[in-house]
Structures are given as C-alpha cells and as structure tokens.
Design a protein. Structure first.
Length: 139
C-alpha cells in the first residue's frame, strides 16, 4: 500500500469564508499516483472546517446566515471562552457544526463523488495562516 501526505495552506483575508478546495485535492491525488484507495482531508485548526457539499453561492449564503443564527460572533462577551481575551468562541462552535474532515473514496484515479459534491474549506476565524492535511492511502 502507498501513502501520500501534503499540507495545503490558506490565509483567508476575511473572518469567514467558504473555499472550494477540490482542485487542490485532485492535484494531490495526481501527485500521489494512487488509483484505488481513500483520501482524508482535514482542517488542522480548531476554528476551520472541511466539508462536502454543492458549490452554489446561495447555499453558501444560507450556511453563513444559519451558522450566525446558531452561534453569533457578537456580543463576544456572551461566551466564556472569550473571557481569556479571545473573540473567536463562535468560530469553535461553527467548526463543530460543519465538521473537521471528510473521507472520499478513490476509484480509477479519481475522487468518487456523488452528483454535485465538492470539497470545501470553511474558515470561521480568518486573517491568519492555517493548514489543511491531505492524506491519501491505497494502491
């Protein structure tokens, strides 16, 4: 069995954003040479997420509205975590809702997606450099 590992780095200029990272993951798959197996893609930061869904602007807007209703950024004083001087408690909660990682099957050298599926990086406390791990195993 072969194994491949690569870190993707992102520095999102806004506090929150959704970025389609499918092309970068496909590049990793090509580099790996693996034709059958699994790819794990996970956010290596506790205020960011990796998830699979449709690449549709309206849906991304709906996520933003939904997440902000569930865990509004302000008032920052409403969160005990922010008593430490942080202002990102909401980002931790949003990450928990959206998830840490995804696993996708690899078949015939391609990501084996359902219709419309794409891989996204979700940033909830941006304006600094963060990484995503891509780990591929298989033959």
């Amino acid at each position: 069995m072969k194994s491949y590992r690569k870190e993707l780095w992102f520095n999102i200029p806004t506090r929150r954003a959704f970025l389609n990272i499918t092309p970068q993951v496909e590049d990793c798959l090509r580099e790996s040479g693996i034709k059958e197996g699994l790819v794990l893609v996970n956010a290596m930061h506790i205020t960011a997420s990796v998830f699979i869904n449709d690449d549709e602007r309206g849906l991304h807007h709906d996520y933003e509205v939904f997440l902000e209703k569930l865990a509004p950024h302000e008032p920052v004083g409403d969160y005990r975590h922010n008593d430490t001087g942080e202002d990102n408690a909401d980002a931790h909660i949003k990450r928990q809702i959206m998830g840490r990682e995804v696993v996708v099957a690899i078949t015939n050298g391609r990501l084996d997606f359902g219709t419309w599926e794409q891989i996204f990086y979700g940033e909830f406390d941006g304006k600094r450099r963060k990484r995503v791990l891509v780990k591929i195993i298989g033959e």
